[in-house]
Design a protein around this ligand. Sequence first.
Ligand SMILES: NC(=O)c1ccc[n+]([C@@H]2O[C@H](COP(=O)([O-])OP(=O)(O)OC[C@H]3O[C@@H](n4cnc5c(N)ncnc54)[C@H](OP(=O)(O)O)[C@@H]3O)[C@@H](O)[C@H]2O)c1
Length: 431
Amino acid sequence: MRKINIGLLGLGQIGTGLYEILTSKKAFFERKLGVSFEIVRIAEKFPNRKRKVHPPKGIMTRDALSVVRDPSVDIVVELIGGTTAARAVIKEALKEGKHVVTANKALLAEYGDEIFELAHAMRRWVCFEASVGGGIPCIKALREGLAANNIESIYAIINGTTNYILTQMTETGMGFSEALAGAQAKGYAEADPTLDIQGIDAAHKLAILVRFAFSGRVRFKDIYSEGIAQISSDDIAFAKEFGYVIKLLAIAKKTADGVEARVQPTLLPKSHILANVNQSFNAILLRGDETGDVMLYGRGAGAHPTASAIVADLVDIAKGSMEGPVDDASVIRALGSRVTVKSITSILSRYYLRFYVIDKPSVLAAITKILGAHQVSISDVIQRERSAGKVVPLILLTHEAPEKNVRAAIRVIDRLAFVKGKSQVIRMEET
Ligand SMILES: NC(=O)c1ccc[n+]([C@@H]2O[C@H](COP(=O)([O-])OP(=O)(O)OC[C@H]3O[C@@H](n4cnc5c(N)ncnc54)[C@H](OP(=O)(O)O)[C@@H]3O)[C@@H](O)[C@H]2O)c1
């Protein structure tokens, strides 16, 4: 029986879930996996806070560094979040010769190079399954199940909060603010939802997926992200009329002239497999050159789904490091050559364009003329019934066009006297 001593940093939502699983299923892991996990130290900012679980007082401390330096600890599990203290303690843990498991996507997205390099130098493991897609084993699928493949593209719904909000807007017709308030009331959105609704949380996860799927270093600042706060109930309704739904997608694909990686609200055909991933669920659609499409679906957050992924990492380390210090395949893979991400203005896409215009003759002609002058051609139009002199919505779908041309055309259109307010531009995906 392999005995593994764990130093747990952070007894918040996920730390508590992990504690519950490791203590309640101790015998199950021993029997099924041949590994005995013991949480021997826990660091928590307020050790005496009232909480769901009651670890022995003697193993609790406020001092995370004392946990990572404790010689009895084999694996450090970092679940405090953020990029300051977490970065310092993970580096210290690696220097102390500990393996590390973390769910911290912000840290790995922003400081991945530094952490993986140190892990490589120390020949220690850094496992991060829980950092993307919560309970969905996407890192393991990429590393093992899809090992034979060059990954060509990733299309993913990897933020449950925004998926829940967009689902509510689609199903009930409510606006963004009302849907956000509902998500907060139900515990699907934080009191400060900025990271989620601006697409930053999804971009953190995409940075990790790109690094891993495309086997290379990626700079977080190169990943473009756009959130959902500007999506209106009108946009959702018009998209529906055209046969589409709006989802916040994390997209990465290899193209002839480089890698595209971005997070964006996206019009997807209703028949698309990701269009039917609703509520707070996540899904990751990977396209391998040998397998074609593989989709992983499940709970992208929550204490037990996320802790389940952490246990999988603990098992990998327990088994993989048995023979002494061996390089962690994930660390090696994360340190490939630099992935150069194309700038957003150099991509090609189809677009949904929504304008509010004063209803008068020749408005449509004037707008399509400007788009035409920028080589943006129209594939479909919705023009509301006439209401002379009133402001009415005008919606156009385009054929594939260069983003920089669309932006230039919109700048001209937004200056027209009969166009009211800022125009809406949402990218479309078909595959
Ligand atoms: N929640 C999810 O569903 C989910 C899913 C996937 C990944 N994750 C990731 O998992 C990590 C943990 O998330 P969580 O939701 O469990 O967060 P959380 O509930 O806020 O838990 C973090 C805990 O760590 C404590 N803490 C903060 N700084 C500390 C320090 N320097 N030393 C000791 N304890 C410290 C916090 O105390 P205070 O509360 O007093 O600050 C809190 O109890 C984050 O990186 C998050 O991104 C979360």
